[in-house]
Write a protein that binds this ligand. Structure first.
Ligand code: GDP
Ligand code: IMO
Ligand code: MG
Length: 457
């Protein structure tokens, strides 16, 4: 779609979805925070406090789990949509943390959909008990109760945010806790759920959440888009962790594609103008599951050390490896991306040479398409192309032409191999260490940041 043509009523380009195109931690928080400077609203549409989105502004770090990454800009309205699974206790902690650092001065800056799911303490217990049980498949979850809470939506037992304010809260809680109490006690040898104590905790947290309650989020966001206001839809996790299209069963429990932004908030797919897929210049994964280009060697250690690859939610060391273009092309296809944002290219400055996986070899045959080979991913052998390193600090570069020619070649190769434009490049963790290029950002930033040419396929 041309950047200047808009499907909504205003004739303005205004709805941008930003999602991860790998196994999470691609730098979504950083980019949303940077792009929020020119936006009116940011909305989270899926996932929960399993996410850890890192924002660095003038050297100061903020890690967000549930609150949208636009919150550091006081003029940006932040929304938590119905597709999110929300741990109310975690949210209150996050709100208090932001307030104590001088942010979120006005409660009206944050709105929580009445239809969002609740993660309750026993969801966490169940998640952790399953992971600890040697008989079940260990996924390496974040232990934040995400799977059990989404199960409750599917089985129609879940408590939603609006239930916190209902006089039926205790009855609903009782019903929701019943089976889990049985499982925790009989299957996992733990204490049964104390419904009375949980009820009391929920009543307390409900009081604190009251100012943030929103009953008409879909209407508000549709109206913003119709008025031409810029809205960013902030994804959590990444397409390869999608519950339908990811590396099942080693996935999260929500859908992480652009389509999920529409479902999770209540907007038509016809209202989305652009979908940005964020990709690191290499790959990481936390938790279990296949990872064909993983490097359990010196190169992997350099990526892990120089990229500070530790989980923002659990602190676990992230597994590291080379960029996988087979997986990336697949993520672009199922994720619905029309643009790529490339992050952490500066981390590659520490390597003599860089490898990129362009195909998989399986039983002597070459595959360029992830779907055909999906169930055999653990056994594929990556086919690599090797690029020379540049061995110089690029974190101060602010336009494509400033990058060493080896880095330019590497980026141009990714655009060519994926067939997708790369209008944003990130060369460091700080909000300012980003550059924007091409037509699409004329709309976004105005002329100041859009003078350069885009990296086209
Ligand atoms: P998210 O979950 O996608 O928001 O990503 P995380 O915050 O979990 O992980 C990304 C990490 O990389 C964070 O520590 C960011 O501060 C950092 N980061 C983001 N972009 C860049 C970049 O271009 N270069 C470097 N060196 N670090 C970056
Ligand atoms: P952000 O938004 C990286 C991974 C977990 C595990 C699997 C299932 O920061 O990119 P879950 O707790 O969701 O049931 O765990 O998904 N995972 C993430 N990995 N970044 C994330 O979020 C993740 N959220 C979940 O490590 O492998
Ligand atoms: Mg993260």
């Amino acid at each position: 779609m041309s950047p200047s043509v808009k499907s909504g009523k205003s004739g303005q380009v205004s709805a941008y979805v930003v999602i991860g195109s790998q196994w999470g931690d691609e730098g979504k928080g950083k980019l949303i925070d940077a792009m929020a400077a020119k936006s009116h609203g940011v909305v989270r549409f899926q996932g929960g406090a399993n996410a850890g989105h890192t924002l660095i502004v003038e050297g100061k770090k903020t890690v967000l789990h549930l609150i949208p990454s636009g919150i550091l800009h006081p003029q940006v309205q932040c929304f938590i949509g119905s597709g999110v699974t929300l741990d109310p206790f975690e949210l209150i902690k996050e709100i208090e943390g932001l307030k104590s650092n001088g942010y979120l001065k006005n409660d009206s800056q944050l709105q929580i959909s009445d239809g969002a799911l609740l993660v309750l303490p026993f969801h966490r217990l169940l998640d952790q008990a399953r992971e600890a049980c040697s008989k079940s498949t260990k996924i390496g979850t974040t232990g934040r109760g995400i799977g059990p809470s989404y199960e409750d939506r599917a089985s129609r037992r879940a408590l939603l945010v609006r239930d916190l304010f209902s006089d039926k809260l205790k009855d609903k809680l009782q019903r929701c806790a019943e089976e889990k109490s049985f499982l925790l006690e009989k299957l996992y040898g733990q204490e049964p759920i104390d419904v009375e104590a949980t009820y009391k905790q929920l009543c307390e947290v409900a009081e604190k959440l009251k100012p943030f309650r929103c009953r008409d989020m879909s209407l508000q966001i549709n109206t913003m888009i119709d008025q031409g206001k810029k809205v960013l839809f902030e994804g959590a996790q990444g397409v390869l962790l999608d519950s339908f299209h990811g590396t099942f069963p080693f996935v999260t429990s929500s859908s992480t594609t652009a389509a999920s932004a529409c479902g999770g908030v209540g907007v038509s797919p016809l209202k989305i103008d652009h979908v940005f897929g964020i990709t690191k210049a290499y790959c990481t994964r936390v938790g279990e599951g296949p990872f064909p280009t993983e490097q359990s060697n010196g190169a992997g250690e350099i990526l892990q050390r120089e990229g500070h690859e530790f989980g923002a939610t659990t602190g676990r060391t992230r597994r590291c490896g080379w960029l996988d273009l087979v997986a990336l092309r697949y993520a672009i296809q199922v994720g619905g991306m029309d643009q790529l944002i490339l992050t952490k290219i500066d981390v590659l400055s520490h390597l003599d040479s860089i490898q990129v996986c362009t195909a998989y070899k399986y039983k002597g045959e070459i595959f360029k398409n992830f779907s055909f080979i999906e169930e055999n991913i653990p056994e594929v052998e990556p086919v690599y192309e090797t690029f020379p390193g540049w061995k110089s600090d690029i974190s101060g570069c602010r336009k494509f032409e400033d990058l060493p020619k080896e880095a330019q070649q590497y980026i141009a190769f990714i655009a060519r191999e994926t067939g997708v434009e790369i209008p944003v490049i990130s060369v460091g963790p700080d909000r300012e260490q980003t550059f924007y290029q091409g037509e699409i950002f004329k709309d976004f930033w105005g002329s100041a940041k859009s003078a350069q040419t885009s990296i086209t396929p």
